[in-house]
Design a protein around this ligand. Structure first.
Ligand SMILES: NC(=O)c1ccc[n+]([C@@H]2O[C@H](COP(=O)([O-])OP(=O)(O)OC[C@H]3O[C@@H](n4cnc5c(N)ncnc54)[C@H](O)[C@@H]3O)[C@@H](O)[C@H]2O)c1
Length: 289
């Protein structure tokens, strides 16, 4: 398949990333199906797109008609079968759990024609392992978008052990059509960005545990000392502490290297349900939970 043949994209998951990816695909002119498990989750996905778009309208950066056109190209579904109809590419952004993803890919493989390309937005799981439950490992690739997907420029295109050159090429070109800059990455735990970034966030929790400085001062130090636009705790709260912990666990398990051991404080906050902005409380309190 050539990138010109891609007309319709099916996005699985209407959460933080799924909604952002669906919006990105629609802005680029594709027709989009977005599927989640319940009507509420699908509706939540649309709301997640609508709120920042409406703010752009209020600031005069976009017209209401443009917002409606973007949202109008996206159809919401709860039925997997319906969502997949006519899709040329499936981009999966469901929970970061290998068991859930494998079960889903087994079903997808049965429900979609052979030529349909599968792309996972996983942050840390093995593309090769997910692809192995399908009969199309050569047409299976990672497309790792960053949060917020409509804004962030990078897509890491992940080559699994069986991914064909054509599929990597398609994912690179599709990323460009979506207005992104792709980099090709060989499969490896955490890929490039998370392998470097998440251990740094994890170490910030260790600093806090050792009372080396306050959260505010750790964030301030990294912002002013390295020009990071957000400090490590602001970023961890923004992306979700559970997401960070899951990445550390994969890095640790895959490498066996103690340098990737999750911080006990990070683990404890996740256990307490302090997942960051999305639960109203993480390292910082956002007044919501
Ligand atoms: N949050 C980030 O910063 C970030 C960045 C890059 C990649 N990712 C990856 O994107 C994926 C999704 O992460 P998220 O942060 O959007 O999670 P999220 O929890 O916000 O959303 C996941 C959504 O998937 C839905 N879901 C679960 N099983 C499903 C199924 N079988 N079919 C359809 N929908 C299903 C859930 O109901 C939920 O709405 C994960 O693989 C994660 O590693 C996350």
């Amino acid at each position: 398949m050539q990138v010109e043949d891609v007309q319709r994209v099916c996005v699985l998951g209407a959460g933080t990333m799924g909604a952002g990816i669906a919006q990105t695909c629609s802005v680029a002119g594709f027709s989009v199906a977005m599927r989640d498990l319940t009507e509420e989750f699908v509706e939540g996905g649309f709301q997640r797109m609508r709120d920042p778009l409406e703010k752009r309208v209020a600031r005069g950066k976009m017209t209401q008609e443009e917002v409606e056109a973007i949202l109008g190209r996206i159809e919401g579904f709860t039925s997997l079968e319906e969502a997949l109809k006519g899709a040329d590419v499936v981009i999966e952004a469901v929970f970061e759990e290998m068991g859930i993803k494998k079960e889903l890919y087994g079903e997808l493989d049965r429900l979609t024609p052979d030529e349909v390309i599968f792309a996972s937005n996983t942050s840390s799981l093995s593309i090769t392992e997910m692809a192995a439950v399908t009969g199309r490992s050569d047409r299976f690739v990672g497309m790792h978008f960053f949060n917020p997907a409509p804004v962030m420029k990078l897509v890491e295109v992940i080559r699994g052990s069986e991914t064909s050159d054509e599929t990597v090429q398609l994912a690179m070109e599709l990323s460009r059509k979506l207005g992104k800059e792709p980099v090709e990455v060989k499969e490896s735990a955490g890929f490039v960005v998370n392998r470097l970034l998440v251990p740094m966030l994890n170490e910030a929790f260790n600093l806090l545990l050792e009372n080396v400085a306050s959260p505010e001062d750790i964030d301030k130090a990294m912002k002013l000392g390295t020009n990071m636009p957000m400090g490590p705790f602001e970023l961890a709260d923004f992306t979700g502490l559970d997401v960070g912990l899951a990445v550390m666990e994969v890095l640790h398990r895959e490498s066996g290297d103690p340098k990737f051991r999750p911080s006990p404080l990070l683990r404890q906050l996740v256990r307490a349900g302090r997942l960051g902005r999305k639960t109203g409380r993480g390292v910082y309190d956002y007044g919501g939970g």
